[in-house]
Design a protein around this ligand. Structure first.
Ligand code: NG1
Ligand code: ZN
Length: 534
């Protein structure tokens, strides 16, 4: 009966209307919203199958993050907040592309291959969406899929991507990670933040006011609750909070605009030396920046955030006397100056992995405390359970000096400020503010740690981007034959030159990243390499 419902719904309400295939990539499915109805319905079906296999709650997030407003997308969230396991991406791609009359075959294949015997279980599927005007109808399609397959949809409405990951983890840990509600999320962050900050709201050169660019999206809607809860201890001045459907989502503002254009966003006051930050369309990326007296723009991107956090955690750990290993995970897009600084000055080990948060996350969990960030501002810190236990148990012992006790308590509260489940712009902002406050730094002192090498990211449209394959965390091309040798030859002409070429996982383009000693050389290097790959 159930099966009949599944296929009748598919044919009658969510027929596959698009001929071309789509692929479940680093960011799930992402394309024009008008082409996604049937994909959403089928992701609802798949989420229930995944939940039955894992015997756990699974999440479905509807968002296209920093993309323009007419786009949308969908990602599945695994039980501990991770991105969907890689081996299931093929099922997602298969179920999304099969014709309506073959849908039954694919579902039966999944059931058989994964040995699903609990087809009568009714697992919970938590569903969230961003503020795009297309999101409500797409969420309905997901929910219809969940219901048709016999799951129990829990609709959280409009939430940030990291909030949805948090809800999934709270539910699967039976609330050990926190309350699976929006209130629970804010309460956890606000309580921990206030405990660390204490009653001294300002400290040294640090002042407790920040300009916040909400990208006209969910990050603007949600920060209001935080703003109220933090009133006094941190003053958040909010900008770019247009009403839903304005068409302004991510337009000339938001973390992706600021990072990729290296420009000050529209809508914020251009007062010199104000500490500003931007989040992206689903509030999982964060960047900081300011304008100086000459209106020159200064960016503190994901690398700067990562080094600030890693350096600070190292200091705190030293104060506690705890022996825990700390590491930082970056991608090839991390500025070479940041990697140099963190290895040589801070002496924290650095690993480089392929683009995509799942790769960073998986590497970071190898450390007791793993900090991971993409240069674009997406990242977080993860703690091994054993490390958390050690920190808490140490705090209970009686042989700590007052300084050790203080540092250990600080670390305990900092863990609660962090959303370990996935990169979270709001939680990351509270962490950065906590560190700057403790150090008594203004944004210029933070910036002074190291100077970014001039860098450039180019997109090159080619006939078939899959002809380019890479190795060594995407830093070297394997095919086409001879390409890497040619790149090496060009790069060797430029002082401090670095360059790599890789196919994008989210757009039909090749990306060419370059770094060099001066801006002019960096641009020239980019153009030379782009000509070779074109
Ligand atoms: P692709 O399109 O594979 O380069 C982009 C970002 C990633 C990551 C994913 C997922 C760059 C250069 N690439 O990947 O860092 O955020 O989107 O959203 O920023
Ligand atoms: Zn995002």
């Amino acid at each position: 009966n159930r099966c009949r419902t599944v296929y009748a719904f598919a044919r009658e309400m969510y027929p596959k209307t698009v001929k071309g295939d789509i692929a479940y990539g680093t960011a799930g499915f992402r394309t024009r919203a008008i082409d996604l109805d049937y994909v959403m319905y089928r992701m609802g079906l798949l989420a229930v199958l995944r939940a039955r296999v894992k015997r756990a709650v699974i999440g479905v997030m509807i968002t296209a993050s920093h993309n323009p407003e007419p786009d949308n997308g969908v990602k599945l969230v695994d039980p501990m907040g991770e991105m969907l396991e890689q081996s299931w991406e093929k099922w997602a791609t298969k179920i999304a592309n099969v014709t309506d009359d073959k849908l039954e075959h694919v579902i039966n294949d999944i059931i058989k291959e994964c040995g699903i015997e609990n087809m009568n279980d009714r697992p919970e599927i938590v569903v969230g969406k961003d503020t795009r005007p297309s999101s409500p109808s797409l969420a309905k399609a997901v929910i219809d899929g969940v219901l048709a397959m016999g799951g129990k949809p829990i609709d959280y409405g409009i939430v940030t991507t990291p909030q949805l990951h948090y809800f999934v983890v709270c539910k699967n840990t039976h609330r050990a990670y926190g309350e699976p509600t929006e209130e629970g999320y804010y309460r956890k962050l606000i309580t921990a933040f206030k405990k660390v900050r204490g009653n001294e709201f300002n400290n040294g050169n640090y002042t407790n006011s920040i300009m916040y660019d909400g990208a006209n999206g969910v990050g603007a809607k949600k920060v209001k609750y935080l703003k109220e809860g933090l009133a006094g201890s941190l003053n958040i001045a909010m900008y770019n909070d247009e009403i839903i459907g304005s068409g302004k989502l991510n337009y000339l503002c938001g973390a992706d605009f600021v990072k990729s254009q290296q420009k000050f966003p529209t809508g914020l006051p251009q007062t010199p030396n104000l500490r500003c930050c931007s989040v992206d369309g689903d509030a999982d990326r964060l960047v900081y920046y300011y304008l100086d007296e000459n209106k020159k723009f200064h960016l503190m991107d994901g690398d700067k955030i990562a080094t600030l956090i890693a350096g600070y955690l190292k200091e705190i750990l030293e104060k506690t006397g705890l022996k825990l290993n700390l590491g930082l995970v970056q991608t090839a897009y991390a500025n070479g100056a940041s990697t140099d600084y963190i290895t040589k000055e801070l002496k924290v080990p650095v690993a480089c992995v392929a683009t995509g948060v799942k790769h960073l996350h998986h590497k970071a969990v190898e450390y007791d405390i793993g900090v991971y960030f993409e240069a674009n501002g997406h990242g977080t810190v993860v703690f091994k359970q054993s490390a958390k236990d050690k920190i808490k148990n140490t705090y209970q012992t009686n042989n700590l000096s007052p300084e050790q006790k203080d540092a250990t308590l600080r670390l305990i509260n900092i863990i609660d400020i962090i959303n370990e489940t996935v990169g979270d712009a709001i939680s990351d902002m509270l962490l950065v503010e906590t560190i700057l406050h403790d150090k008594g730094w203004d944004i210029r002192q933070w910036e002074a740690a190291y100077t970014d090498l001039p860098n450039k990211l180019l997109k090159v449209t080619v006939q078939d981007r899959t002809v380019v394959t890479t190795t060594d965390a995407e830093r070297k091309c394997v095919t086409p034959k001879g390409l890497q040798e040619e790149i090496d030859r060009i790069v060797s002409k430029y002082p401090k030159g670095r360059c790599f070429v890789r196919p994008s996982g989210t757009e039909d383009v090749l990306r060419v990243y370059t770094e060099a000693a001066t801006k002019e050389e960096c641009d020239k290097l980019g153009i030379e390499v782009a000509k070779v790959v074109y």
